[in-house]
Design a protein around this ligand. Structure first.
Ligand SMILES: Cc1cc2nc3c(=O)[nH]c(=O)nc-3n(C[C@H](O)[C@H](O)[C@H](O)COP(=O)(O)O)c2cc1C
Ligand code: SF4
Length: 654
């Protein structure tokens, strides 16, 4: 039976080939001055070719002061898409044409951050409602100025229409401009825009329809809950208020509601990590559907076909919105339609793709173009497309190590037509992903192991378990290519009494049980995640970190949320603190020149990792005839993104 999610749907008079809508996601593939680049066009063409019915093109800013705040260098492109004047029409037209050429339709998202923007003095709905966490100088918009801002959206919509877009999406979610008017927390005005908090939304919709025509579809992207309750703030709106807003939007002329949740202040909800359950906003979609007949789309950690179908079958939404799922695998819908869902490379909700927010906050040069941890092609779809090697140039390739790096190298090499054998010394593929998937919110890391393991079978990679690749095998078999992906092992710091401690890995794999009072030496992500896991089991946990802050290697939002989680659950963070000795009683530490003992029943070491050096010496031996490379942790212990990207690059190099 054909899945309902694959059936066509109408939005206004527009017919869409299936019920999958791609979420708007800023890629930073624009040029620094906000124009479209070829990479950006290819990004959208690739996603349309992957079968999605409709695409919301990432936020295009209607005015400079409403852009996301950056202070640093933006790398090779890293710009913010602009739609503030007519010179941008041909840019958007290039994207729209690419999407149409692959049979999908597109909505251009229009937005302005309002009080969360980047001007020196920010245009605010109300001066007395500043952002909760970021200091900002606000200037309340006059009654006339609000009219002028609405006109920016009307003009931008007309440009989108001229560019050939099938409709526009108003960004009235995540606490942006329009949502600030709808929110009783942000809108404290006394003029007409405050007396009727829906007026800005309604006027915008009506004026766009007047300018662009009644048949020009308007999607209204809206948070169904501000979640201000999370912060102990009680004047935000929630789902019951949202149900009253929906009919007003519909009467104004909205053609589809695109439901999401949260505000910049409650950022955990904007791009929900693995801590948040899949389908987290479906109850908000259902709430909207209970009060309107127009189509409702809904987003939020929907990364499996089963959940997508369930959402439609159970009437929680009419279109399923895929965000990061389409970064991770642009062919999600195509693979489903072709009856091979096992080939879908699922999003892990690891949020590496928002690492560029580090640029926004810290002015760092890091990660200025969006990157997906599991899809090395993302953002460079054309250059990085996997192309087969000519038959007479295909090679005998040996890969040592069956973790993510080894399997990714094997996958790409096999897809290119090489003859690949993968050697793994343990009895299963996946490497450290097993312990990494134990802490709360991390279970979906196993999706990557499942995907890669399936691909090993489908691509006829010869997998040899319980078989370490040795020099003897290499000497005998003489492969042309050797990829060393032998991973890493935990680093054991030189501390007196180390033999009394246990490794985080052994705790997570259940090889050792922790006592009631636990001290973890090492406050990087492994230590912090182990702490979260132990706290859930009712343990008392303290972390010792030599650096001034924990999770220094993590994306900024992850770090922020981790600090909130740990402190909220009573974990004591001892930063700028050195572990000097492990005794029977616990750990002797030194901080600010003072020594003290932190008592513990169990001391856990989570102090990083060192590369395994197996097979390094083979270089120069002549056992491998053409090419040897190291990838992943065997080069330098790092994150999944490093392992996958490095392996993926190396496997294109022979
Ligand atoms: C890298 C990135 C950029 C995003 N940019 C936008 C944006 O331009 N406009 C918007 O409304 N939401 C944006 N979002 C939020 C997504 O549209 C989506 O609501 C969110 O990722 C949750 O959906 P998912 O779980 O399917 O990824 C962005 C998300 C990511 C990961
Ligand atoms: S980086 Fe992680 S969260 Fe982002 S799309 Fe890729 S797998 Fe998903």
């Amino acid at each position: 039976m054909k899945m309902k999610v694959l059936e066509p749907i109408k939005v206004g008079k527009l017919t869409i080939r299936n019920r999958f809508l791609m979420a708007p996601m800023l890629t930073q593939l624009s040029s620094p001055d906000g124009h479209t680049t070829s990479r950006m066009v290819e990004h959208y063409r690739r996603r349309a070719a992957g079968g999605v019915g409709a695409i919301t093109i990432e936020i295009h800013f209607v005015r400079d002061d409403g852009k996301v705040c950056y202070s640093g260098h933006r790398g090779e492109s890293g710009g913010l898409p602009d739609i503030g004047d007519d010179s941008f029409i041909p840019d958007v037209a290039r994207i729209a044409q690419a999407i149409h050429s692959e049979g999908a339709v597109c909505f251009l998202q229009l937005g302005h951050l309002g009080k969360f923007g980047r001007g020196e003095i920010l245009p605010a709905v109300s001066e007395s409602s500043p952002p909760v966490f970021t200091p900002a100088r606000l200037k309340e918009l006059s009654t006339q100025e609000v009219e002028d801002y609405i006109q920016l959206y009307v003009d931008a919509s007309f440009r989108a229409k001229q560019a050939g877009c099938d409709g526009v999406t108003i960004h009235s979610s995540h606490g942006f401009f329009h949502m600030q008017f709808m929110s009783p927390h942000s809108n404290l005005r006394e003029d007409k825009w405050g007396k009727d908090k829906m007026l800005c939304a309604k006027d915008t919709v009506k004026r766009i329809k007047t300018k662009c025509g009644q048949d020009f579809p308007i999607v209204y992207r809206v948070s169904g809950d501000e979640y201000y309750g999370d912060l102990g703030i009680d004047d935000g709106y929630g789902v019951e208020d949202f149900k009253k807003m929906v009919p007003e939007l519909v009467t104004a002329g909205v053609d589809m509601l695109d439901v999401t949740g949260g505000t910049v202040d409650t950022s955990k909800w904007i791009i929900p990590s693995g801590q948040v359950q899949p389908g987290c906003f479906l109850h908000l979609g259902a709430a909207a559907k209970s009060v309107t007949k127009i189509p409702v789309s809904c987003v939020g950690r929907i990364n499996t076909p089963e959940l997508a179908e369930k959402a439609i079958q159970e009437g929680m939404c009419d279109m399923v919105v895929l965000g990061r799922a389409l970064f991770a695998d642009p062919d999600f819908v195509k693979k489903l339609a072709e009856g091979r869902p096992e080939d879908i490379r699922k999003c892990l909700a690891c949020n590496h793709c928002i690492n560029y927010s580090k640029t926004m906050v810290e002015g760092s040069t890091m990660g200025s173009i969006v990157k997906c941890a599991v899809n090395a092609e993302m953002g460079r779809d054309e250059e990085y497309a996997i192309r087969p090697k000519a038959k007479n140039r295909r090679k005998k390739v040996f890969v040592a190590g069956g973790g993510p790096a080894g399997m990714e190298a094997a996958r790409v090499a096999a897809e290119r037509g090489h003859d690949v054998t993968l050697f793994e010394k343990s009895d299963r593929l996946g490497g450290q992903m097993f312990e990494a998937s134990v802490p709360p919110g991390k279970s979906e890391l196993i999706n990557l192991v499942e995907y890669l393991t399936t691909q090993m079978k489908k691509l006829n990679v010869k997998v040899k378990l319980k078989t370490p690749l040795t020099e003897e095998i290499l000497k005998k078999e003489n492969p042309q290519v050797l990829v060393i992906a032998t991973g890493s092992r935990p680093y054991k710091p030189r501390i007196q009494g180390l033999e009394r401690a246990v490794l985080a890995r052994d705790i997570l794999l259940g090889k050792v049980k922790a006592g009631q009072n636990v001290v973890i030496i090492g406050g990087a992500s492994v230590g912090c995640e182990t702490a979260c896991w132990l706290v859930e089991q009712g343990k008392n946990v303290q972390i010792i970190e030599i650096l001034p802050q924990i999770c220094s290697e993590s994306p900024i939002l992850e770090k922020f949320q981790m600090i909130q989680r740990l402190t909220g659950s009573g974990v004591c963070l001892n930063c700028s603190t050195s572990a000097m000795e492990i005794t029977e009683k616990g750990v002797v530490v030194e901080a600010l020149g003072e020594k003290k003992i932190i008592e513990a029943d169990t001391v856990i070491i989570a102090a990083g990792a060192v590369s395994n050096k197996e097979l390094w010496s083979v270089k120069g031996s002549g056992f491998v005839t053409e090419f040897i490379a190291r990838v992943g942790d065997a080069t330098k212990p790092g994150l999944i993104v490093d392992a996958i990207h490095e392996a993926s690059a190396v496997a294109r190099d022979f």
